[in-house]
Design a protein around this ligand. Sequence first.
Ligand code: NAP
Length: 274
Amino acid sequence: MTGTPRNGVELPDLTLGTWDIRTPAQAETAVGAAWASGYRGIDSAACYENEDVIRRAIDSCGIPRDGLTVTSKVWNDAHDEAAARAAFDASERRLGRIDIYLIHWPGPVPRFLKVWRALEKLYEDGRAAGIGVSNFMVPQLEILLEHARIRPMLNQVECHLWFVDRPLLDFCRREGIAVQAFSPLGAGSGVLDDPVLREWADRLGVSPAQTALAYLRQLGIYPLPKSSNPDRIAENAGFRNVRIPDDGMAALAGRNRLVRTNKDPFGWFGQGYE
Ligand SMILES: NC(=O)c1ccc[n+]([C@@H]2O[C@H](COP(=O)([O-])OP(=O)(O)OC[C@H]3O[C@@H](n4cnc5c(N)ncnc54)[C@H](OP(=O)(O)O)[C@@H]3O)[C@@H](O)[C@H]2O)c1
């Protein structure tokens, strides 16, 4: 892979997650609040069925499109080269412009290599400024890197206080692949009630959500919190002002249980998965 070109755009330090944001009113409230709080990334996907409402929200909030990095993802029903290109065309029609395009889930090996070829072409044609993957584990990344002409700029994976895959983070760091954390607040699984997280939030005088996001940032990960509530959207952006000391980072690292809230990408590795 030495000499294989890197691709991509500068990742915003804070991107709004939008899974479950469906209605125009929800999208306008969330996107407007995120922009006002300094989020410069919006994460969507074909399977969220909200690309059109996200685009309308960006337009109706008067957000300068060049100031925003919008991500979308190719879903599992489009896992060959032609289908992935058609999926991009459809998502681009709904979103107007896609800055970063990801393979949402790897699925079986030969198929993700075909999808990656489609993404490489989209990048070379200037249709997406950045291409990358999501839910890829180390063995899947190794196979991808062995065959890719263009390296993925990022891997979007589940990552929060209770699930930090250190070997994956180390691998991505070595390979120059940015890691973006989905479900960084634990997706309602109870992470924000963790007693050690709460203890450190109290000590620092900030909220558990801000502490959870600051923890990820200090691990070198880009967090992707979702909220449709303007107060929580603003609260979450406040993580930028939080600095966790070394003993706090060590205490929080001790909470890693390696328990996912989402699917295990290995569960779909080499199997039927639609
Ligand atoms: N690539 C993938 O396969 C994948 C998978 C899952 C998610 N994602 C992306 O990652 C984004 C984030 O992940 P996620 O939505 O699973 O989980 P998350 O961001 O960890 O958690 C979202 C939940 O936390 C609540 N919340 C937000 N801020 C809060 C705060 N300050 N205090 C208390 N509760 C708070 C939200 O409720 P309210 O909305 O009511 O505030 C929502 O129920 C998604 O929206 C999506 O864009 C990608």
